[in-house]
Design a protein around this ligand. Structure first.
Ligand code: 5AD
Ligand code: SF4
Length: 513
């Protein structure tokens, strides 16, 4: 870490910041670090630095003794995993976790910027926290995650949300002890958001939220720059963790008894492209992880762009590599895909699906779809509907396009009324439900392998877990099977879950289905 970075913890005087001016830096000396869109856009100019020397500085030890932290997480699995890292740092500082804001000494909102409604939820929550802060000014409130990486968000917080004590970015998580320390020392807002291409820090502490399933980062950032997407600006450039670090982490998780891992990256298919000393890609990593004694390995999220034949070949070997692939398509229209900057066409996506299906006949495919991209015509939307049917996805996350600050699509003029977009979403969702129900129906009468996660959220008499294809299964069984793989005979399919009868715990060498 260089000296410039070390110095960059900013203290922002909120009285001054409340003024209308856009460039707040004039009020502060050298230590104010707001996000910069211009810098976030840069690629390939900065070297990726690897660090494995993270440690809690002596002066911060015990800082959290007698204090509690609360983190609310919004957004994707990457954010959930970042929360586990921050929880690890808090724990190393002596803080204890709490599940309510009322007895927390520090409250962090780990935010998502993917769509406007994700941001609005956070601003709403900040509003709710204001009375708490007024009652107890000693509480520290922080905003971190993807929203903090955006200039417009940070300016809004500076202007309107003086209950916030600290704002820090996705590249600043390892600086948490220093940031909290600054926030305790000054009564002014601490702002530290680096708009850099990104580092890799290997030895950050983690406090995982479960002991059955675990997230494992394999890469960070994104270089695809889809025209609608904020992620390349909030998460830096594509950079891969070294295979030996990943393999060691997975081995360690297996030894601790974890049953399933999900490899995480904004775009996992680009794994390894950035190694200049090593020819090692996602297929190689999956081949190595196949040999580790952990029952299930998944990955998310895939981009069709870099989905190569070698990967398909290794996935087809099965074993602990599950037969479920989440493959976001976004649109079924080649012309929309082109202006989205997705670098594939309807035809090439279908070709890829054909190849995957040929190699893995019982694969479950799920996807993400955006409707109402600027100027999407009725015909183009219909192409999304027909593509959905042609592939026969088993599930999809569907969204109305939401313009994001600084992205190319934000500047596109859009003449499609919101009403039309909502109708399209409704029609698509009906189709999604229909196909989901159909996919579920096929399991009736079958025996499936379920990783039991715990009591059902709705009924504590019932246990629930997921199949290899990520289907939720509810069944009655002794609580002692929680955390184990079991076989369940499906008795009834609903649209989003399956009911079944517990048969038995799966023996280690039993063939997985
Ligand atoms: N508007 C709507 N949906 C979006 N997504 C990403 N950016 C936007 C946006 N600006 C969706 C994509 C992506 C998923 C995580 O969120 O479908 O795959
Ligand atoms: Fe949201 Fe994307 Fe950030 Fe995840 S990476 S938290 S989805 S903006």
């Amino acid at each position: 870490m260089n000296e410039e970075q070390r110095l960059s913890t900013g203290q922002v005087n909120t009285d001054l910041a409340n003024k209308e001016e856009k460039d707040y830096s004039q009020y502060f000396q050298t230590v104010y670090t707001p996000p910069s869109l211009k810098k976030a856009r840069r690629r390939g100019k900065e070297e990726v630095s690897y660090f494995d020397d993270f440690e809690i500085e002596e002066r911060f030890e015990g800082m959290g003794n007698g204090r509690k932290f609360y983190i609310r997480t919004y957004g994707c699995q990457m954010n959930e995993h970042d929360t586990e890292v921050m929880a690890g740092i808090f724990t190393a500082l002596g803080y204890e976790p709490t599940t309510t804001v009322d007895d927390a000494n520090i409250i962090l909102l780990n935010t998502c910027a993917i769509r406007e409604n994700a941001e609005n939820k956070v601003f709403g929550e900040l509003g709710h926290l204001k009375p708490l802060k007024q009652r107890n000014p000693d509480i520290l409130i922080g905003v971190c995650g993807c929203m903090s990486q955006q200039e417009s968000v940070v300016n809004k917080i500076l202007q309107t949300y003086d209950q916030v004590d600290m704002v820090f970015g996705t590249h600043n998580i390892h600086r948490l002890p220093n940031i909290i320390h600054e926030a305790y020392m000054s009564k002014e807002m601490v702002l530290e958001v680096w708009s850099k291409e990104g580092d890799i820090i290997e030895n950050l502490p983690k406090k995982r939220l479960g002991n059955i399933k675990a997230w494992v980062n394999i890469m960070y950032g994104c270089d695809k720059f889809c025209t609608y997407c904020i992620v390349p600006f909030t998460r830096g450039k594509e950079r891969s963790r070294r295979p030996e670090d990943i393999i060691q982490e997975v081995r360690h998780l297996a030894a601790q008894g974890y049953q399933e891992i999900t490899l995480l990256g904004q775009n996992v298919n680009a794994y390894g492209k950035d190694f200049d000393d090593l020819n090692y890609r996602l297929a190689d990593l999956m081949a190595d992880l196949r040999r580790i004694d952990i029952p299930r390995v998944r990955f998310t999220t895939s981009h069709p762009w870099d989905f190569d034949d070698e990967l398909i070949e290794v996935l087809a070997k099965g074993g602990n590599l599950v037969e479920h692939i989440h493959l976001p398509v976004q649109s079924g229209s080649s012309s929309i895909l082109k202006i989205m900057g997705r670098a594939y066409t309807r035809e090439s996506y279908l070709e890829l699906v054909g190849k995957i299906r040929k190699a893995i006949p019982n694969v479950a495919l799920t996807t993400d779809i955006i409707v109402g991209f600027p100027n999407e015509t009725d015909e183009q939307f219909e192409e999304t509907m027909t593509l959905y049917e042609e592939v026969g996805f088993e599930m999809a996350y569907t969204y109305i396009y939401s313009p994001r600050d600084g992205t190319p699509a934000e500047k596109m003029k859009d003449n499609i009324p919101m009403e039309v977009k909502k109708e399209r979403l409704q029609r698509l969702n009906n189709l999604v439900n229909e196909y989901a129900a159909e996919a579920m129906k096929q399991f009736e009468g079958q025996v499936v392998e379920v990783l039991v996660e715990g009591e059902s959220k709705r009924n504590d008499e019932v246990l629930s877990g997921y199949t290899r294809k990520s289907k939720l299964v509810n069944f009655k069984a002794p609580k002692s099977v929680i955390g184990k793989l079991v076989n369940v005979k499906i008795t009834e399919a609903k649209t989003w879950s399956l009911d079944g009868e517990f048969l038995h715990v799966v023996e280690k060498d039993e063939v997985l289905n």
